[in-house]
Design a protein around this ligand. Sequence first.
Ligand SMILES: NC(=O)c1ccc[n+]([C@@H]2O[C@H](COP(=O)([O-])OP(=O)(O)OC[C@H]3O[C@@H](n4cnc5c(N)ncnc54)[C@H](OP(=O)(O)O)[C@@H]3O)[C@@H](O)[C@H]2O)c1
Length: 344
Amino acid sequence: MTERLRIAIVGAGSIGCYVGGKLLAAGTTEVVLIGRPRLRDELSTHGLTVKDFDRAVTIPASQVVVETDVRAPAVAACDAVLVCVKSAQTEEVGAQLAGVLRPEAVVASLQNGVRNADTLRAALGDRRVLATIVSFNVVSKGDGLFHRAMSGPLMLEACDEPRPRALVRALAAAGLDVEERADLAPDQWTKLVINLNNAISALSGAPTQQLLLSPGYRRILGAVCSEALAVLRAAKIKPARLRGVPLRVMPTVMRLPTPLVRLVTRTQMRVDPEARSSMWEDLTRGRPTEVDYLNGEIVRIAERSGVAAPLNRRIVELIHAAERAGPGSPGLDAATLWTTIAGP
Ligand SMILES: NC(=O)c1ccc[n+]([C@@H]2O[C@H](COP(=O)([O-])OP(=O)(O)OC[C@H]3O[C@@H](n4cnc5c(N)ncnc54)[C@H](OP(=O)(O)O)[C@@H]3O)[C@@H](O)[C@H]2O)c1
C-alpha cells in the first residue's frame, strides 16, 4: 500500500462532496470524486467548498479531480472507495466496481438504510466492505458549496486489517468524528428509525428544526417512530441507544412541550436552521427517493412479522405520489399531513 491512501468517492453529491472535501482539505490522501457531468461542471467553475456550521474551506477547482464514470482508471487504482450513491443505485455501482477494483481495495458504504453494505458484498465478493453510518446532515447549496448542518459522528464497522485502519486514520485526520463498532447493526436500526423523519420533512417541506419545534409535526414523528419500534419489537430487532438514550423514549419526548423539546435536542445534537433531509432534496429536484429503503423497510418487516404498519405504509404511498407529481415538496402543514397519513 502506498503511503498516501488513494480514495475514490463514488456518487459525489451531498455526502460524497462533503467527505471528499474534508479529505482534500486535510491533504493527507489522494481523492477522486465520481459524479455526474453537472457536478463536474459545477466544481470546475466554483471549486469545492465544505462548510461546518460557520467555518468554510474552499478547495480550488485545480485541486479537485472529478470523473464521471465509475470504471475510470483512477478508481481502478484506488485503495479505498466510499460509496455515496442513493440506495437504489447501489447494485449498479457495485457491479461496475466489481469489474475494476483491485482485490485488496476496501469499500465503505456511507449510505442510509440497512441493506447497502450487503448489496455491495454480494457484488464485490471477497473484497472488504464496511457498513458505516453518517449521523450528520449535509445540504448541497449550489456553486460547489456543501454545508454540514448537524453534528454527529461517522460510525464504521471495526476492522483490524491494514486498509480499513488506514481509511479510519484518514477520515479522522480530515476532522470527522469517527467512531468504530464491532457490530454496527443495532446502530443502523436506530439510524433507520431516525430517518423515518426524512419523509415527514419531504412531505412538509419544513426544515428539521421547524419539525422538531412544532407540536403538530412532532405528533406525526412520534407516532411514526412508535409504530416502527413496535414492528422492530415484533421482529425481535433491537436498535441501539441513541447517544445513551433508549429509542423507546423518543415518542414520549415528541409529546413534551416545545421548550422542553428544545432543551432535550440541544443536549443531544447541534441542528443548524438550514438542516433538511436528503429526501426533501430529492423531491424538490425531481429525483427518486430512498423511501422504500426507510419507511418501506419497516413495512416489509411488519409484513414478515404479521403486524400492521399503516402509518409507514401510507407514507411510502404519499412519497411515491409526490415523486410522480414532479419536482417539489407537497408542502403539507402538520394538520393536513396528520389527517392524510392517519385519517380524520
Ligand atoms: N444528505 C445527507 O445529509 C445524508 C445524511 C446521512 C446519510 N445520507 C445518505 O447518504 C447517501 C447519499 O446521499 P446524498 O444526499 O449525498 O445523495 P446525493 O446528493 O443524491 O448524491 C449522490 C450523487 O451520486 C450521483 N450518482 C449516482 N450514481 C452515479 C454513478 N453511477 N456515477 C456517477 N454519479 C452517480 C447522483 O446523481 P443522480 O442524482 O443524477 O443519480 C448524485 O448526484 C444516501 O444513502 C443518503 O441516505 C445522506
